[in-house]
Ligand binder design. Structure first.
Ligand SMILES: [Zn+2]
Length: 437
């Protein structure tokens, strides 16, 4: 067993930094410029024009476990996407900073989940599908549910958004002909193997027959979260009773408003659909949608920490609470995510959101993503308030939620709740709760 203990211990890291090769490598690295051309000045964000009391939060979780089926290393992941309805006005009576037991949320919100068990290596279905094909099948199957009886399924949403594309891709079936088209239901060879409408996203190409599949499963989870978000917004838009509630409900997403990896190609369609929903919402109600996500770690938060330094008072002291910084793309390239001059703008294709650095009312620093639903938001150098639609209401909700939060944000609330949630496929009734005002 020669490899046990050969992970990067403190000792081996020291020897790395002392090695001749590493020193030469460091000599070849250009440091980030010490003197920046640009400084981010706090934005003046208007106070919310109305109080938002309803939050719909979407949050996925994933647990991978060993499956004892006789094959070594066989594993599968349980993916759960919880959607939780939180009434902020019911939270208000509680004292700030008090940590609420998760049970209190059972009384005031309702939850629904999308659940899927995604097979990993060495898992064969009872019907004889091999691991990769079984994986493809479960992605398709995961879309069969609906958040509310009578509303379109996640598959309907998916088909409406991406079904129209006729893309060519490598046949997902082992040993088959070179390529298939997404408009086809069967593969190109004489066996006419079944193809699924989700195959065109090519999650299966990242499937690992011999190693762990955390990455592939994680991508499917992100994909399901996005489809669930759009499906929910479409519910509001299609329901006459729900439209008036749409601009008064904050939709909160976990992680960046973006699509990476295998399914990154859906980001432009998601952007178009969110813009369409926002436009229709404006036409019907006079105001747009409120959508945001929170990211509490990563290089943007790290950068925010670096610049929140006061020469006299020390770290975390430069910016007062309730400071919002709106970085334009050239600032991001210069200080946070390096891009060569002529390269494509960071986030242009993969994101459907913009980045806001926000130090909230209680001093927590976080990254907020606001949606790219306006023409101004599509211009990544535009940092006018129009490029961050409904930012006043968004930051208001962030502040009110964070007063009651567990350390680290509100997402654990959703997590704490999700084990008790109702699987979507048994028939959803979640959004009914919206009308019980
Ligand atoms: Zn074939």
């Amino acid at each position: 067993m020669p490899y046990i203990g050969q992970i990067a211990t403190g000792e081996s890291l020291i020897s790395l930094s002392q090695s001749k090769l590493f020193k030469e490598f460091v000599g070849e690295i250009r440091p980030a410029p010490a003197k920046k051309h640009r400084v981010l000045n706090p934005a003046t964000v208007p106070a919310p024009t109305e109080t938002i009391n309803t939050v719909v939060a979407i949050d996925g979780s994933i647990v991978t476990e060993i499956v004892r089926n006789g094959f070594p290393g066989a594993e599968a992941s349980l993916v759960q996407i919880a959607m939780v309805l939180i009434k902020l006005d019911k939270l208000r009576q509680k004292k700030p900073k008090e940590i609420l037991p998760p049970s209190i949320f059972n009384k005031m919100d309702s939850a629904s989940t999308v659940q899927a068990v995604l097979p990993g290596r060495n898992i064969v279905s009872a019907t004889g599908l091999g691991p990769r094909e079984f994986f493809r099948y479960t992605i398709y199957e995961a879309l069969q549910g609906s958040i509310q009886d009578g509303h379109e399924t996640l598959l309907d949403t998916y088909r409406d958004l991406f079904g129209g594309r006729d893309v060519e891709f490598r046949c997902p079936i082992d040993g088959c002909k070179d390529s298939v088209r997404s408009s086809s239901d069967v593969c190109a060879c004489e066996k006419k193997n079944r193809l699924y409408p989700t195959d065109q996203l090519r999650f299966h190409e990242r499937f690992n027959e011999t190693g762990p599949n955390g990455e592939a499963h994680g991508e499917v989870m992100r994909f399901l979260e996005i489809i669930l978000l759009i499906n929910t917004l479409r519910f509001f838009l299609k329901n006459r009773d729900a439209i008036p509630l749409l601009p008064r409900t904050a939709f909160v997403f976990d992680g960046p408003l973006a699509a990476f990896g295998q399914f990154a190609s859906i980001a432009p369609r998601v952007r178009e659909e969110l813009s369409r929903i926002d436009k229709e919402c404006r036409e019907e109600t006079g105001r747009g949608i409120i959508l945001f996500s929170l990211i509490k770690t990563g290089q943007f938060v790290e950068h925010f920490d670096q610049i929140d330094f006061c020469p006299t008072k020390g770290p975390d002291q430069k910016f007062p609470n309730r400071t919002a910084l709106l970085p334009p793309i050239d600032y991001i390239h210069e200080s946070i995510v390096f891009r060569p001059q002529d390269a494509k703008e960071w986030s242009k294709d993969t994101y459907f959101g913009r980045v806001v650095l926000y130090k909230n009312a209680s001093g927590q620093k976080m990254v907020v993503n606001t949606p790219r639903t306006t023409p101004e938001s599509e211009d990544l150098s535009n940092v006018s308030l129009a490029a961050f639609p409904r930012i006043g209401e968004i930051l208001g909700v962030v502040d009110r939620l964070s007063t009651y939060l567990f350390e680290g944000g509100f997402v654990p609330i959703v997590r704490a709740h999700s084990h008790a949630a109702i699987p979507l496929r048994t028939g959803g009734e979640l959004l009914k709760g919206l009308f019980d005002e």
